[in-house]
Design a protein around this ligand. Structure first.
Ligand code: PLP
Length: 386
């Protein structure tokens, strides 16, 4: 396995996944010794069961809820599927409409598409070029038949934040449930689902220095969902399947270090802002997407006129800088980012964007070297085109 990162590598793709924190990893490794099935009744199971409970308590404090409102899942894709399908299958009668934004993660978009094929009505709320939700459109869609509103709080591609309190209040006034994909917020800005008075929220451990394959669906007491995975009695019979003990323990360890991760964001924001300043002042014809609106402290989505994002990414990769593009590569064909096209960028423009996302390991010298390299690569690619 290639040890990562190598000395000369600069990882700037923390919104895709984060390296597990060293202390978190140590705690998770210790849990490997407790391999008893938590559902068994003998002594070998007891410690596994205890570890899950302790972790449940820690993560519930992290997100601001009661431990029994936490359902451990395999990740946020499952949590998003569970929230939407579970709610509509259980409660979709008179109230049969869903409201989402047009910039949701595919795990939510595709689930909404599935529900629409099942006959439920789905409204997609557009956003402006700055990524701001069209609240006037939202008001027109929200009605007594709205069963659920699901709006993400922080966009994974642009880092643009959506303020939820007023939307939640409006949804409540129509007797609708509110779910939010909060994956990108966790560990970057404080989260408190109780204060928000939200019904459902999705989280993923690997976006916050934990392990892959472990997530949470926060489900407020009293909210009834149809199960997504049927079988055993795990998670109080709400989500069957033997628990991912090390993933859950690691999530608890992440929660214990919450203050550290949140504190690190100040440093990250300073680095991110400085990086954007330097990019804007030294490279012509670039735009920082959502520059003027509230964004996550670690994310920059950069539009670079006349340069193919995928080509730029590969050139940066060869030089040891790892960023991402919003577009997806399907069978050799590069799709444009639906987030950016929803924001009003043309398909071509959206293919000229890269996402740079910083994390706890990012240092000033990494950013200095990145900006220098980015400038050189862009100059070279543009000169080949001219
Ligand atoms: N939601 C958002 C906003 C994400 O960024 C991601 C991961 O890319 C997911 C959901 C899916 O998370 P997971 O990888 O845990 O399934």
């Amino acid at each position: 396995m290639f040890p990562f990162p190598k000395e000369n590598h600069v990882y700037l793709d923390y919104n895709a996944t984060t390296p597990p924190d060293k202390e978190v990893l140590k705690t998770a490794q210790k849990s490997f010794n407790y391999w008893g099935n938590p559902s068994s009744v003998h002594q070998a199971a007891m410690e596994s069961k205890n570890l899950i409970w302790k972790s449940r308590e820690k993560v519930s404090q992290f997100i601001g809820c009661h431990p029994l409102e936490v359902i451990f899942t395999s990740g946020a894709s499952e949590s998003n599927n569970f929230a939407l399908k579970g709610l509509f299958e259980k409660n979709g009668g008179e109230k049969n409409e869903l409201i989402i934004s047009s910039v949701e993660h595919p795990s939510l978009m595709m689930t909404a598409e599935y529900l629409s094929q099942k006959g439920f009505k789905v409204h997609k709320i557009p956003v402006s070029r700055e990524g701001v939700l069209d609240e006037y459109f939202f008001d027109r869609c929200l009605n007594q038949k709205t069963l659920l509103v699901s709006i993400m709080v922080a966009n994974n591609e642009t880092g643009i934040l959506t303020s939820l309190p007023r939307l939640i209040q409006k949804a409540k006034s129509k007797g609708s449930y509110f779910h939010s994909d909060m994956v990108q917020l966790l560990g970057k800005l404080p989260v408190n689902v109780r204060d928000l008075n939200i019904d459902l929220a999705s989280f993923s451990a690997h976006k916050c220095y934990g392990l892959k394959g472990c997530g949470i669906l926060y489900c407020k007491k009293g909210v009834s969902l149809e199960n997504l995975i049927h079988g055993g009695p795990q998670e109080r019979s709400r989500r069957a399947g033997t628990e991912n003990l090390s993933g859950i323990v690691a999530f608890g360890a992440v929660a214990e270090k919450a203050n550290y991760f949140l504190e690190e964001q100040k440093n990250m924001k300073e680095l991110r802002d400085k990086m954007e300043e330097e990019i804007l002042s030294s490279i012509p014809n670039v735009e920082i997407i959502g520059y003027k609106v509230e964004r996550l402290p670690n994310t920059s989505s950069i539009f670079i006129s006349g340069v193919e994002g995928e080509t730029l990414l590969m050139n940066l990769d060869l030089k040891g800088f790892f960023v991402s593009v919003g577009s997806a590569c399907n069978s050799g064909k590069i799709d444009s980012s639906s987030v950016l096209t929803s924001m009003g960028f043309t398909e071509r423009e959206s293919r000229s964007c890269i996402r740079v996302s910083l994390g706890c390991g990012t240092r000033k010298k990494d950013i200095d070297n990145f900006v220098k390299t980015l400038k050189n690569v862009i100059e070279r690619l543009r000169s080949l085109r001219d």
